[in-house]
Every structure is written in structure tokens, then in C-alpha cells.
Design a binder for this molecule. Structure first.
Ligand code: AAL
Length: 576
């Protein structure tokens, strides 16, 4: 009886007491900060600091012990402490937030309308790319899903890259990047690749990278190799609240040693904040003797009032993401998020390289400055420099030994990925890695959907008669349908034309007129598909173009009632 009473007493005391966390918050000058919101992530426990910056929380929840504390005051950076044990002396310093150049521009777009977005047409910076398939083990193969390649590095005489790998028909995957491991491949010429197998694999149950490791980047420092990668410990982390892990090795062939804890996490706040949901596409650049970890943040409303999905994208977009950067003195961290975050107002995958004394970037999609090339003299405050055409998806850039000679030396070539829908499971499709190469300014890439006029006589039930296009591909093309494109030729001379065109029918043909004169006519061979644009049809002979604006007309000149689908054409200086 006596022992039972003692047990009861102990239980009552434990349940009634809770565990105590308390501390003080100051600003960077060491002055007490009042009114700082202090919360325990994932709970309803929270408080505010008093006049002397002090706070204390005593949660009545016996489950709590090791917690994540989040500190926030408007105008300051969020700070957070993970794995905090009950303690009475928790000291936190809040840094002031500073608007980056991109944030200032974004405020301007909101105030003056999105017509004020200005991506300059600047010949020194504008850049275009061509894409081609890889050969060897990395040739497209729908059995495997390979995606989100790292940068390509050259070690001795071999190129190396790392990427997310999974089997396309794994029915347990809830996304193409779920249940992935990081594989690597080598190549002598950057075109034909040999897959070497796994480099970094998922961790054991209970570890932060148990469910998937994916979307990796490589960097090299003082003879050591470092991979940063996205990690998920369970299904949630596949879409939300992932972390970023790191592994290092003394050879690009491994073996890789993983850091025990992530180097980057989302900001665990329910405030509307650019990286409160995910930290994606990590990429470390060694810059100014420090380590700049650039990443894409994703924002979630978490039920906040007046917040629609993706935290209210601007300019009528359905999705907007922004980049952040976290800076460390050592390659393995700690990585501290910059007070300039977010440093872009557009983004998705990270494409970053050092140029002169600053950092240059490509902005792909998901924001008002999509398809731009930008530069920041300090790696933080980016200015828009020019336009990007035919931008690679999820690009890994070849890390040239020197990338200072011209703005494009850091993006001469690299690898990206392609999504295909003719395979895979759970509506995920399958994916392969391809190569991109920067093209000369004299090369023109014309999207099929960019016609200025179209017409025809065949009534396919759609308006207009002629080419139909809701995006880059033109479809519903019937015999004698035509479309006109305005092209601006940089220099007079002989050019070759590649038509990206596909038909499952016989008797299809494409003709090209320049200023109403027939210059080329090609049979479009039946390739069994309306949408396979991997092998172009080449012009029969080089086509002579005068310098300047020309009117180029494409005609479906075959006899079959239905002709082909058209993705576009590449017009480039002929090799004579
Ligand atoms: C990509 C990247 C990240 C995301 C997922 C896989 O486009 O942004 O890597 O988590 O999609």
C-alpha cells in the first residue's frame, strides 16, 4: 500500500510540474529584445519575451523533452534551436532582416504592376542552349528514373556526376524523387557515360535520411569532395519539411561519410515565410573563403489568414518560389541563413557559378523573373543582366576550372533532366538525364508556338484553321496548313535547319519559305508517334539567310490529311 502511494505521488508531481525551458533574447548588440514570439515547434506552447528579453515555457506535456524552439519578431530573422533539452539558460540572438535587391524589386512589382518587370535584351549576357541525349548507361531507358543531376566535375581525365536514382516501376514511390538513392556516373567525353552505382544511400530507420536521399550537388575543397543532398525521414519529407544532408569523401569514388545531422532545415514557423515548408536543391559554392549554400525555399500558408496556396504568388502566377543562402566558415557548417534572404523572387532549381568577384545565376521558372540571367557582386544582391532561351531543366553545370573570362564560361555545358510520360507508375512518368550546350549568338531556336500568323483550308473543327498551339508544341496541323514566324538573323550566310517534328502517319512533308521563296522541302518520316521530338529532321541543303528581320513560313506540304506535330526548329550556321 505504501509503495503504491509513493508511485501515485511521483506520477502526480511529474504530470503537474512539466519541464521548464527559459532564457533571454537579445539583438546583435546584446540589448534585450521584448515582444519576441517564442514557440515550441509542432505544439501550442508559446510565449513572448518581457521587457528584459526574458521568457519561460513550462509545457504540461510529459511527452516533451527534446524540442525545437522558434524565435521571431517582425523585422528580425527567425532563429531556431533544434534538439533543445529542458534548460534555464537558453540564450538567443536575433539579427535584423535586410531586404535583398530582389525583394526590393518584388515590392516594386507589387506597387507598380508586373508590367514593370524588366529583363533586358543584352547581347553580352543573353544566352541560349541546345539539348541532346547522353549515350552509354545514361542513354534514355524507361526502366530507370534518373533525375536532378549534380554539377559535372573533372577529376584527372574523367568527368563525374551524381544524381537521384530509382526504378521507374517502383509502385511504393509517391513521387519520382521518393525512395531514391544517390548514384554516380563517369565519362571520358561528357557524352557517353558509365554508371558506377550508388554513392550515398538512404540511412537506417530513425535517421533523418531514412525515406529518400535525392537532388544532390557536389563541391570540391582542398582535395576533399562534398555532396549536399535533400533528405526525407518519412513520407512527409517527400513534399514538405525535408532537410539537407551532407557526405564527404577523399575520392570522387567514395567511400562517403555522412554527417550525423542535417546542415540545413526549413524555418519551422507558421508565419508566412519563404522557406517555412521546404529547403530544396541545395548547392554549395566556395566563395570569398566561405561556403555559400544556395537553396530554393518553399512557402506553405499553414492555415494563415489571407493566404492562398504557395503564399500568394505575384503577377498572376500559380506558383512562386524564392532562393535563400546559408553561409558557413567551414565546408561542413554550421550554415547560417543570410539576413538578406530571400535573395531572389523567382527560382526553382539552383544554377549558380562564380563570375569575376561575384556570383552569377540562371532563373528558370516559378516567378516574375523567369528565364533571366543575373549577377550579384556580393553573391546576395542579384541584378537582372539578360535573357535565357531554351533553359535546361534542373541543370547541373560543368564546373569549369576558370569561369571568369566571360559571363558564360561557367555555363558552357552541363546536364539536366527530361520527364517522359510514356512509362513509370502512379502517374509519375519516368525521367532521364540529358546534356545541354551553350550555343552561339548566331543560332536561332524557334518554338513552334511562337508563330505570328497561321492559316489553312482544312477544317479540323478548331479555330484557327492552321496550326493550333497552347504552348511550345503546334498541333492539329493538316495538309497545306501554314504558319509564319519573324526571325532576326545575326549574320548573312549559309545555315542548317533542324525541324523538331513528329508524325505517326505516312505522306507527311515540311516546306520552308523565306520571304515567300521556297528554300527547303523535307519528307517527315513516320516515327509512330505524335510527340517524339528526339530525332530532328535536317534541311536538305544549307539555306542562305540575309542578315536582319526575315519572314519565315512553314507549310505542311504532304498529302496526308493530317500531317505532324511540331515542337520548333533550330537554325544554325552551317559547317561548310
Ligand atoms: C525538384 C526539386 C526538388 C524537389 C523535387 C525533387 O524539382 O525542386 O527535388 O524536392 O522536385
Amino acid at each position: 500500500m505504501k509503495t503504491k502511494l509513493i508511485y501515485l505521488f511521483v506520477i502526480v508531481v511529474l504530470a503537474g510540474c512539466g519541464q521548464k525551458y527559459s532564457g533571454v533574447v537579445t539583438n546583435s548588440e546584446g540589448k534585450a529584445l521584448s515582444g519576441v514570439k517564442v514557440t515550441i515547434n509542432g505544439t501550442n506552447y508559446g510565449t513572448n519575451t518581457d521587457e528584459s528579453g526574458k521568457w519561460s515555457i513550462e509545457p504540461q506535456d510529459s511527452e516533451l523533452g527534446v524540442i525545437t524552439l522558434v524565435f521571431f519578431k517582425s523585422g528580425y530573422m527567425h532563429e531556431q534551436i533544434v534538439k533543445q533539452k529542458p534548460s534555464g539558460g537558453i540564450k538567443t540572438e536575433l539579427r535584423m532582416h535586410i531586404n535583398s535587391a530582389a525583394t526590393e524589386r518584388e515590392l516594386g512589382y507589387v506597387e507598380h504592376g508586373c508590367g514593370s518587370v524588366n529583363i533586358p535584351d543584352n547581347a553580352d549576357w543573353n544566352v541560349s542552349f541546345l539539348h541532346s541525349n547522353l549515350k552509354g548507361d545514361l542513354a534514355p531507358d524507361k526502366k530507370y528514373t534518373r533525375r536532378d543531376p549534380s554539377a559535372v566535375i573533372k577529376v584527372d581525365s574523367l568527368y563525374y556526376m551524381w544524381y537521384s536514382f530509382s526504378l521507374s516501376d517502383d509502385t511504393m514511390k509517391i513521387a519520382p524523387w521518393d525512395l531514391n538513392d544517390i548514384y554516380y556516373a563517369i565519362s571520358v567525353d561528357g557524352v557517353t557515360w558509365t554508371e558506377k552505382g550508388a554513392a550515398v544511400m538512404r540511412g537506417a530507420e530513425g535517421e533523418f535520411d531514412f525515406r529518400s536521399v535525392f537532388t544532390t550537388e557536389i563541391f570540391v575543397h582542398e582535395g576533399k569532395y562534398y555532396l549536399v543532398y535533400q533528405a526525407a525521414d518519412n513520407k512527409v519529407g517527400i513534399f514538405d519539411r525535408n532537410t539537407v544532408g551532407m557526405a564527404y569523401a577523399t575520392s570522387p569514388n567514395g567511400p562517403w561519410t555522412k554527417l550525423k545531422e542535417p546542415v540545413l532545415r526549413p524555418t519551422y514557423t507558421n508565419e508566412i515565410y519563404f522557406d517555412n515548408n521546404a529547403v530544396h536543391d541545395p548547392c554549395v559554392v566556395v566563395y570569398n573563403n566561405k561556403f555559400y549554400l544556395y537553396y530554393k525555399g518553399e512557402c506553405n500558408c499553414f492555415g494563415a489568414e489571407n493566404c492562398q496556396s504557395w503564399c500568394n504568388p505575384i503577377c498572376g502566377l500559380s506558383k512562386q518560389v524564392r532562393w535563400g543562402v546559408a553561409i558557413a566558415d567551414n565546408p561542413t557548417g554550421p550554415y547560417i541563413k543570410s539576413e538578406y534572404n530571400p535573395i531572389t523572387n523567382t527560382g526553382h532549381e539552383i544554377m549558380v557559378w562564380p563570375y569575376k568577384n561575384g556570383i552569377a545565376i540562371l532563373q528558370h521558372q516559378d516567378g516574375p523573373e523567369a528565364r533571366s540571367i543575373q549577377f550579384a557582386a556580393d553573391g546576395l544582391n542579384f541584378q537582372i543582366m539578360g535573357m535565357v532561351n531554351n533553359i535546361p531543366e534542373a541543370a547541373g553545370l560543368y564546373r569549369a576550372p576558370v569561369s571568369d573570362n566571360n559571363p558564360h564560361a561557367g555555363i558552357e555545358w552541363g546536364v539536366g533532366h527530361v520527364l517522359r510520360w510514356d512509362g513509370g507508375v502512379n502517374q509519375n512518368g519516368w525521367m532521364y538525364i540529358n546534356r545541354f550546350d551553350k550555343v552561339d549568338a548566331s543560332t536561332l531556336i524557334i518554338d513552334a508556338g511562337a508563330f505570328v500568323k497561321t492559316g489553312g483550308t482544312f477544317n479540323d473543327g478548331l479555330v484557327p484553321f492552321g496550326f493550333n498551339s497552347t504552348g511550345a508544341v503546334a498541333s492539329h496541323v493538316n495538309t497545306q496548313d501554314w504558319a509564319e514566324y519573324n526571325v532576326n538573323i545575326a549574320e548573312s550566310g549559309e545555315y542548317s535547319v533542324e525541324y523538331y517534328i513528329s508524325t505517326p502517319l505516312d505522306n507527311a512533308e515540311v516546306s520552308m519559305y523565306v520571304n515567300n521563296k521556297l528554300v527547303d522541302k523535307c519528307t517527315v518520316k513516320n516515327n509512330g508517334d505524335w510527340g517524339n521530338f528526339s530525332e530532328p529532321v535536317f534541311s536538305n541543303n544549307p539555306v542562305y539567310f540575309e542578315k536582319g528581320e526575315q519572314m519565315l513560313k512553314i507549310v505542311a506540304s504532304g498529302t496526308s490529311e493530317w500531317q505532324w506535330n511540331f515542337k520548333g526548329m533550330i537554325i544554325k550556321k552551317a559547317d561548310l
